[in-house]
Design a protein around this ligand. Structure first.
Ligand SMILES: O=C(O)CCC(=O)C(=O)O
Ligand SMILES: [Fe+2]
Length: 213
């Protein structure tokens, strides 16, 4: 092998992305790391410092609860605390692995905490903005109970294409320690209505802009 060690967890994610544009991983963080992240998000006193999420970016921002009902808080990597340090150490390691092995050209990332309370959802959408195409990969880290049940709702539904062009829906339950990663530009997705508060960290790996912004 060359100068760096193969990471089998990252390799599986990369193979999946190249083959199907998404991957679901249940061991990106260890269970101890997941517990720390989960306690941290809950300890921020349910929604303290969280605000109603908007739609679109700053050039096109409006709040529309009929489209998305989550409350979010952006994470400031420059002022990260101990628990966020665990998060960024792993994520940045993954980003450099992606850049070394796949020449992905990821130059930036952004992440926010998200809390969906009972009755909220996020309607079908694509993550990349029309006026800013830097978002390349979307990552969602779920921080709920390990025994999240189907009847609690809150599935991430990816709208994928069959070979014949018809659509199929892949429903992903937001279990603790689960990470979903998918192509930000091509995969429409939604969060189904939750029946019970659902916590996550959501973010984007971004390349250099190609459309002039
Ligand atoms: O929480 C999820 O499963 C997905 C969230 C999402 O699609 C978004 O924030 O853009
Ligand atoms: Fe999204």
């Amino acid at each position: 092998m060359g100068e760096f060690a193969l990471n089998s967890i990252y390799e599986k994610i990369i193979d999946d992305i190249l083959e199907q544009k998404y991957s679901i991983s249940d061991n990106f963080f260890s269970s101890e790391e997941t517990t720390q992240l989960r306690n941290h998000v809950i300890n921020q006193n349910t929604n303290e410092g969280f605000h109603q999420a908007a739609i679109g970016n700053s050039q096109n921002e409006k709040i529309l609860k009929s489209i998305r009902g989550d409350k979010i808080k952006w994470i400031d990597e420059a002022n990260k605390n101990e628990v966020e340090e665990i998060f960024f150490t792993k994520v940045n390691d993954f980003i450099s692995y992606l850049n070394r092995t796949c020449y992905m050209g990821i130059e930036e990332s952004e992440f926010h905490y998200a809390a969906y309370t009972k009755g909220t959802f996020y309607q079908r959408h694509v993550d990349a903005f029309k006026n800013d195409d830097r978002r390349t990969l979307s990552m969602v880290f779920y921080l709920n109970d390990e025994d999240w049940k189907d009847e609690f709702g809150g599935q991430l539904a990816l709208h994928l294409l069959n070979d014949d062009g018809s659509e199929k829906e892949l429903n992903i339950l937001p279990f603790a320690g689960r990470m979903a990663i998918f192509d930000s530009k091509t995969i429409p997705h939604e969060v189904k209505t939750v029946k019970k508060t659902r916590y996550s960290i959501t973010g984007w790996l971004k390349t250099r802009p190609t459309n002039g912004f």
